[in-house]
Design a protein around this ligand. Sequence first.
Ligand code: NDP
Length: 310
Amino acid sequence: MEQQVVAHRREHSGFDLRGAMSKQEVSVIGLGPMGRAMASVFLGKGYQVTVWNRTTGKADELVAAGADRADTVHDALTASELVILSLTDHHAMYAVLGSATEALSGRVLVNLSSDTPDSARSAARWASGHGARYLTGGVQASPPGIGQPGSSTFYSGPKHVFDAHREALEMLTSTDYRGEDPGLAALYYQVSMDLFWTTMLGWLHALALADAHGVSAEEILPSAVSVLSGMPDFLAFYTPRIDAGEYPGDIERLAMGVASIDHVLQTAREAGIDTSLPSAVLEIFRRGTAVGHADGSATSLIEVLKQPAG
Ligand code: NDP
């Protein structure tokens, strides 16, 4: 019973049994740019921060700022109940934690490393098999955004575990809890990344096209911003139609889109730049017309994209 009281107090109040204010403890494993930013924010908020990284030198600045350096993964795990994992992917997580599974019992692992939803579900099963509680997270901020207003992280996993550690997690970013399924936060994150990387590549291709004509990124900035700032209205208009499976060609037709992206491809070819991106887009548009969507909206391409190519 006494142990339960201690555990409850430590989890909810930051006070230990003696009633004295204790520092909240957190371990951060993985000190790439993201893990270093997180450890630094926890330090700034007065947490007792223990850090571990494969390349030990990446901990030096944090240790100079007051963090405890764990010599081993085992030490990092046992130093704090709450353990933040900020690693490249889940392979890295198994590589790191695999050497110290005996120390996982009783820990709360918050895995903020990117990977797939299925991999997140397997990782949650693996962690709970070793007696740990496990939350998946998908951070929607770059390292300078950690600890700043306006940044957010998707979380999923057991709600009571999320609720017990929400306050600590909100030191990093605001939280967006998506549900109990540990795969959900990974899914929401990968959906965001799908949108982010394809948008970024489209922007870079457009800039390469402009550059071939001696036009700088700076000169393109206003029109690039104009196109992208129209997207929220575009998305809001088409979202209910997409959910309803309706793609009327009342505003734009896929056939027009085929001609348009073909013009982009020809312009890129004439400029002598890489054409693989507009070629891939044109190929998808043509598949849409081949299955009968030419007179519908280009948003009908979602039906093409729901199937594997070929
Ligand atoms: P990095 O890939 O730069 O660093 C990740 C960490 O993983 C490093 O500490 C690295 O150790 C460690 N690592 C990788 N493989 C292994 C391994 N096999 N064994 C032990 N350690 C390993 O990533 P970031 O810090 O930039 O990001 C961390 C996570 O956050 C990623 O999953 C990323 O997708 C996500 N994220 C990152 C954002 C960003 O802008 N940086 C934005 C949003 C999410 P070592 O130092 O020894 O190489």
